[in-house]
Design a binder for this molecule. Structure first.
Ligand code: CP3
Length: 345
């Protein structure tokens, strides 16, 4: 197995810096769009063979060092009794958002094996299809990010409804976050038991909070999610965007690898987190829309900031943009591998 990715998660050296991308199986790939023209996003997720095929596409096409299971952070919410759609260009839309406490109390706790049998099956089919090529990453949404979709009903800029519930009805907030964190903890554990080699917890929108509120309203619940993996040996990645001011708090919540965005220089982020954890990031996805020389210069800057410290996984700060030229992504992978070979340093 190409084990660069797992070795970096454990802060061990290998022959080159591993690289993979969030949304690497997304719309920027013509091969994905072709499949997507025939099937909805949810259809792909619920068909294990198709899911395995889509998950493996970027490994074949881009030469990335890890695959991420093709799924969505919203899928497990169906098992908790939430109805939603994933709308093109918008993202998740909840038919009746969870403003009132009664709806929160009526949410059930997830039973991963019976609510999401297709995810467990997809993991096993994907592992077979990948063979000994690269590790497979499983994932879930973090309680805060899921709560924000549930309360707002759709993507938002200001998270006003979410904060309103959090500040003014802490009891309901607690019930919601407790149900989400228990469900996501069990979901991740089930994914590990089904065969994933690492997991990533996506707290995509938590950067809208300040560190004190993160500590009060989020940290205990994200910690609860990670606590389910205590006895499992797989690396755990903790992802967020806009988290520059709350890295020590996120670290306290849990994880072996912390994924940071472009708003903070990667060396500054690593120093804040401490060198006894690994780091992932942090190219701005918009850079990939530019010229080759710009992409190389920005990438070299990240790799130079990391220097020869073991434990860096190259990634973007957030998902690949749909309009990204595939050739730019391919060349970026090649450049990271080439530039990070040990003889350079
Ligand atoms: O390649 C991969 O990254 C694996 C698959 C994956 C998807 N969603 C498939 C998908 C992963 C890891 C996710 C996680 C996810 N889903 C997150 C966390 C990561 C992040 O981006 O912050 C979030 C917030 C969601 C919710 C969601 N689903 C959004 C915001 C969108 C994009 C809306 C759009 O159209 O731009 C989706 C849809 C979605 N999920 C797509 C993909 C490939 C794109 C749309 C499609 O193919 O129909």
């Amino acid at each position: 197995m190409n084990n660069r990715f797992i070795r970096a998660c454990r802060r061990e050296r290998s022959d080159a810096t591993p690289v993979w991308f969030m949304r690497q199986a997304g719309r920027f790939l013509p091969e994905y769009r072709k499949i997507r023209n025939q099937h909805s996003l949810i259809d792909i997720c619920k068909n294990p063979e198709l899911c395995a095929e889509v998950t493996t596409l970027p490994v074949d096409i881009l030469d990335v060092d890890a695959a991420i299971l093709f799924a969505d952070i919203m899928l497990p919410l169906e098992g908790m009794g939430v109805k939603f759609d994933i709308t093109d260009g918008v993202g998740p839309v909840i038919s009746s958002s969870l403003g009132d406490p009664e709806r929160v109390h009526s949410l059930s706790t997830l039973e991963p094996d019976s609510d999401l049998p297709y995810v467990m099956e997809a993991i096993s089919v994907t592992k077979k299809l990948l063979g000994s090529r690269v590790p497979l990453i499983g994932f879930c949404g973090a309680p805060f990010t899921l709560a924000s979709y549930l309360i707002e009903g759709h993507a938002t800029r200001d998270f006003v409804k979410t904060k309103k519930l959090m500040y003014n009805d802490p009891e309901t907030w607690h019930v919601l976050m407790d149900k989400l964190s228990t469900s996501m903890g069990m979901y991740l554990k089930a994914q590990v038991d089904a065969g994933v080699d690492a997991v990533q917890v996506f707290d995509s929108w938590v950067g809208c909070l300040n560190p004190a509120d993160y500590r009060t309203y989020v940290l205990p619940y994200s910690q609860h999610v990670f606590s389910y993996l205590r006895d499992r040996a797989v690396p755990r990645i903790h992802f967020g965007t806009g988290t520059a001011t709350m890295l020590p708090e996120m670290r306290q919540a849990g994880g072996d690898v912390f994924s940071v965005d472009w708003r903070i220089p990667i060396d500054v982020a690593w120093q804040k987190l401490g060198y006894d954890v690994a780091i992932q990031g942090n190219l701005d996805p918009a850079v990939l829309l530019g010229e080759g020389d710009l992409i190389k210069a920005k990438t070299a800057d990240i790799l130079n900031r990391v220097g020869n410290r073991a434990g860096h996984i190259f990634n973007l700060g957030h998902g690949i943009l749909p309009e990204t030229p595939k050739e730019n992504v391919r060349q970026l992978v090649e450049f990271v591998h080439e530039y990070s070979k040990p003889e350079r340093i």
